[in-house]
Design a protein around this ligand. Structure first.
Ligand code: HQG
Length: 179
């Protein structure tokens, strides 16, 4: 299990943030060639095999990674800081989604709404429990309710990642219900 977690963290690094650390190239849609990923990881001292990748894709706690249909490529389903276009079709969100953050960010969010920080999108959770876990990563968690139905009516676009995370470019403060 520890191996799996360690390898997952490494995959997050190279498939979301720093592919260049191992000389890996992601295509415009964020896909990496599986054979190149395995070869380059091993060249850099990270023992990665196809069976281990298969296990990570199948068992990762948040299903963070997915193979292409032919199994030859792999990508992170969300969470990127590198400039990739996941080419997800816009999707119609539920009336409300949730954003977990830390209480120390609240004043700034009240003033400027939610922005993607270092990532490509603002990440929204389908339920408050998941959002609480997301917020806890940053400090004392607080859950914001986002009126996503109203946002969609106002023309904001939403995308649903392969692992159930809702993505949007930004959330103006007017659509946020603060606790
Ligand atoms: C905050 C994890 C001040 C925002 C999770 C968040 C997620 C502001 C932080 C995924 C702000 C960015 C993404 C403003 C936004 N002023 N702070 N105006 N606007 N923020 O990590 O949503 O485990 O980039 O509230 O499950 O926490 O990595 O985003 O606290 O799905 O797969 O800026 O990462 O998934 O933090 O998390 P992050 P996030 P993984």
């Amino acid at each position: 299990m520890a191996d799996l977690v360690r390898a997952s963290k490494f995959l997050s690094l190279v498939l979301r943030h720093k592919p260049e650390e191992i000389g890996l190239v992601l295509d415009a849609n964020g896909w990496a060639d599986v054979e190149a990923l395995i070869r380059r990881s091993n060249d850099h001292g990270v023992r990665l095999t196809r069976p281990l990748l298969d296990r990570i894709v199948a068992e990762n706690d948040k299903t963070r990674f997915a193979f292409s249909e032919d199994g030859a490529r792999i990508r992170a389903s969300q969470g990127h800081s590198v400039d990739v276009d996941l080419a997800l079709p816009p999707a119609s969100p539920p009336d409300f989604l949730y954003h977990g953050t830390a209480t120390r960010f609240l004043d700034s969010i009240r003033a400027g709404g939610l922005h993607p920080a270092n990532r490509r999108h603002v990440h929204l959770s389908p339920d408050a429990e998941t959002a609480t876990k997301v917020g806890r990563r940053h400090g004392k968690p607080v859950v914001l309710v986002i009126r996503t139905g109203e946002m969609a009516e106002a023309g904001h676009l939403f995308y649903l990642s392969a692992n159930g995370v809702w993505l949007t470019d930004r959330v103006p403060a007017a659509f946020i219900d603060f606790p």
